[in-house]
Design a binder for this molecule. Structure first.
Ligand code: ATP
Ligand code: MG
Length: 258
C-alpha cells in the first residue's frame, strides 16, 4: 500500500538574483513499512524535501499525498493538526521543549490534541527507548543520545503514518548513533513503521530498503526496492557482479539477461 506519494514537487526560495531552486520537479512514492534513506551533498535540497513531505512548509508547485490525502489542500490549521497526528519529525538537534521533562516531551503531541496517553503503551515506549530511569529528567540533564531517544518517543507516540528524520545521528558519537539507528530499524521491522531518513553516513543509509540520492534539487538515483532485506545486501551483490565482470567470471546467461 502506498503511504506517501510526492508528485512534481518544486520549491523555489526568493526571486530574481536571490532565487534558489531548492527542489526541482521531484516525484516518488513510498510503500507502507518501507525504510527510505535520502542522501546528497549539503545544499542539495534534502531538508527542503523533508519539510514539504511533513507539511512544515508549502511547495511552489506539486503535491504530497499522505495516506491518500492531498496535504496541501488543508488550510494551515488543518495541516497543523494533520501533521501532529500523522507525521513524526526527528531533527539533528532534537528540538525538545527545555521546560518539559522526558515523559512530558514524549506525550506533547497528544497533550496538544487534548488526548491522554495510554499508560501501558507509554510505559512500554519509554522502556523500549531505554529511558525508564530518566522519565522525570529535563532535556539539559540528558546526554545527546538520551535527548534523541526522547524525540524519537515524541515522534512515535501518535503512531504516525510516517516518520521523517533529518540527520538524526548527525550530532551523536558512534555508539549513541548506533542505538538510534537500531531503534528506528526496530520500529520499522516490528511495527512496520514507514521511515524516511536523511543521512550523510553511507553505512547508516545502507540499512534502508532504498536509498534516494538528491543533487541540485533532483533525484539522480534510487538504489534498492521495498524488499525488506536492506540495501546493503543488494550493494554487496552489485559489488560482486562488478568484481566478477572484471575477472571475467560473469555467467553467459547473466550477460544475456542484461
Ligand atoms: N528558507 C530559505 N530561504 C532561502 N533559501 C533556502 C532556504 N532554505 C533552504 N534554502 C536553500 O535551498 C537549498 C537547499 O537547502 P536544504 O536545506 O534543503 O539543503 P540540504 O540538502 O538539507 O543541506 P544540508 O545537508 O546542509 O542540511 C540550499 O541552496 C539553501 O541555501
Ligand atoms: Mg539539511
Amino acid at each position: 500500500m502506498e503511504i506517501l506519494k510526492v508528485e512534481n514537487l518544486t520549491k523555489i526560495y526568493g526571486k530574481d538574483e536571490t532565487k534558489v531552486v531548492a527542489l526541482d520537479n521531484v516525484s516518488f512514492s513510498v510503500e507502507k513499512g518501507e525504510f527510505v534513506a535520502i542522501v546528497g551533498e549539503s545544499g542539495s535540497g534534502k531538508s527542503t524535501l523533508l519539510h514539504l513531505i511533513g507539511g512544515v512548509d508549502r511547495p511552489t508547485s506539486g503535491k504530497v499525498f499522505i495516506d491518500g490525502k492531498d496535504i496541501f489542500e488543508f488550510d494551515d490549521d488543518k495541516l497543523a493538526i494533520f501533521r501532529r497526528r500523522q507525521v513524526g519529525l526527528i531533527y539533528q538537534f532534537y528540538n525538545l521543549i527545555p521546560i518539559l521533562n522526558v515523559e512530558e516531551n514524549i506525550i506533547l503531541p497528544l497533550a496538544l490534541d487534548n488526548r491522554q496517553a495510554d499508560r501501558e503503551k507509554l510505559d512500554e515506549l519509554i522502556s523500549m527507548l531505554g529511558l525508564s530511569e530518566r522519565r522525570s529528567h529535563l532535556p539539559n540533564e540528558l546526554s545527546g543520545g538520551q535527548q534523541q531517544r526522547t524525540s524519537i518517543g515524541r515522534a512515535m507516540i501518535t503512531d504516525p503514518a510516517i516518520i521523517l528524520a533529518d540527520e538524526p545521528t548527525g550530532n551523536l558519537d558512534s555508539k549513541s548513533s548506533d542505538e538510534i539507528v537500531e531503534l528506528l530499524k526496530k520500529s520499522n521491522k516490528e511495527h512496520k513503521q514507514t521511515i524516511i531518513m536523511i543521512t550523510h553516513n553511507m553505512e547508516i543509509a545502507k540499512i534502508a530498503d532504498r536509498i534516494i540520492k538528491i543533487e541540485d534539487g533532483r533525484i539522480v538515483s534510487e538504489v534498492g526496492a521495498a524488499s525488506g532485506s536492506g540495501v546493503s545486501s543488494k550493494m554487496d551483490q552489485n559489488a560482486k557482479k562488478e568484481k566478477d565482470s572484471k575477472t571475467g567470471a560473469v555467467a553467459i546467461s547473466e550477460v544475456g539477461a542484461e
